[in-house]
Design a protein around this ligand. Sequence first.
Ligand code: CP
Ligand code: NVA
Length: 298
Amino acid sequence: MKHLLKLESMSRGAMEEILASAEAVKAKRGGGETKPLDGQTWAMIFTKSSTRTRVSFEVGIRELGGAVMFLNANDLQLGRGEPIKDTARVLGRMVHGAVIRTYAQADVEEFAEYSGIPTINALTDDEHPCQILTDIFTFQERRGPIRGKVVTYVGDGACNVPVSWVHAAAALDFEFRIAAPAEFQPSAETLAKAGGNISCTEDIRAAVKGADMVYTDVWVSMGMEAEAEERLAKLAGYQINGGLMCLAKPDALVMHCLPAYRGKEIDAETFEAHADTIFTQAENRLHTQKAILAWLAG
Ligand code: CP
Ligand code: NVA
């Protein structure tokens, strides 16, 4: 039984297979697509907000021939305390796969263990694997193989998005630099587990110098709202803007997983200058996740 739970445990081969198939999936959309989810029903269980992940998975499952039901976790008995392992054993007897967005990584892993159906992590506090596979697909679509390239992440370097990047960089052999205050850098344990060419610094200018891509995410991730004021103050110097981008390669890409907060992690001018890349990145969630669904069903 295959799952997509985290990039930390995903092989280079599996990542490369999904990335290659996403290209074919995108090219074939709307004409001669295969329907690997024909006759299947997938459940999407979300405890956090979502625009891109929800819509791209709902559309993608339908386009692959499947039916999909969106379940707000609070409307399930899960919200009233029914254990995950019981919910998983019930759903596993009725649906063919699950896409889960929640807080604890352990909850998605427990669901996968007890449900006996392919399970996809659609974002937890620890990782956002579907996003980073999409981002790499988007980079390669525009700039060719990511191997040996330099990707710099600016902002909250300890949240789910940069942590998935860390594991992807180690697996796919590119350099990944994080520019963040010390307390917003990934743990030493995460970095040691990943290996690879990863560096963390508080020096944002040094980190961006010569980069092929500069990436950011929100300063206040879902679940961190109580710390919002403190985070905005501490991360204030870690913004992508025109002055910073002068240090990167002249043709450097700017990416953002979205939603974007102008004037915080990125300024409005730089965001709009790179909007075509950023919204192609958002669109590519659909194509890459269809490749993930087909890989799991195969
Ligand atoms: N980037 C991303 O996952 O967006 P949503 O939170 O809107 O799904
Ligand atoms: N780090 C962000 C990603 C949003 C897509 C969060 O967890 O809220």
